[in-house]
Design a binder for this molecule. Structure first.
Ligand code: SF4
Length: 179
């Protein structure tokens, strides 16, 4: 099986995403989300993802929290709508980090849990993932996990695991929205 580094946004989305990708690939998780607005929330979301990884018995790597990177990425884009240019830069920042990690651990493939969310644009995510991966000769595995009723399945599994699901995307600009 080829080795895929899976960028993980949160535990609930990881449930179905892992079940899906692990049918075809040897998956390592990578929690990298400098966009999350507080360290407390970063740790809380990672903890949920670790519960999932421990359940399915695969490794998940936690990136150190560097919120200043998101401040740079989102500079002058504070007022953008969700799924606009700020989100593009946010995905780019996280995928760049995932591609670097994939190179470090010799994983030839990268993908993400993000396309499972009904609030995310899979086309944009796949395009940015491919752009960042191609810079380092890694292949981004394009998917749209929504297509497979991924969100519904992830919600059901998460309820069984009693996982915390946040009700905003992650950055301070998305507080009070869903995503
Ligand atoms: S709304 Fe979500 S994807 Fe967009 S910039 Fe904020 S954290 Fe990133």
């Amino acid at each position: 099986m080829e080795h895929l580094l899976l960028h993980v946004c949160c535990g609930p989305d990881l449930t179905y995403a892992y079940e899906y990708f692990s049918k075809e690939y040897s998956v390592t998780g990578y929690f990298a989300n400098d966009n999350i607005d507080t360290e407390e929330e970063y740790e809380k979301r990672f903890y949920q993802a670790k519960i999932v990884a421990d359940h399915y018995k695969f490794m998940i790597i936690k990136k150190i929290y560097e919120p200043e990177k998101f401040l740079v990425a989102s500079k002058n884009l504070e007022n953008e709508r969700e799924m606009g240019r700020r989100c593009e830069e946010c995905h780019r920042m996280n995928f760049r980090s995932a591609v670097e990690k994939a190179k470090e651990i010799n994983a030839g493939l990268v993908s993400t849990t993000l396309t499972i969310s009904p609030h995310k644009n899979a086309e944009m995510i796949n395009r940015i993932g491919c752009e960042e991966a191609s810079k380092k000769s890694v292949r981004f595995v394009e998917e749209n996990l929504k297509k497979h009723e991924g969100f519904k399945k992830a919600t059901e599994i998460s309820k069984r695991f009693n996982l915390y699901r946040q009700n905003w995307c992650g950055c301070k600009f998305s507080r009070g929205t869903i995503g």
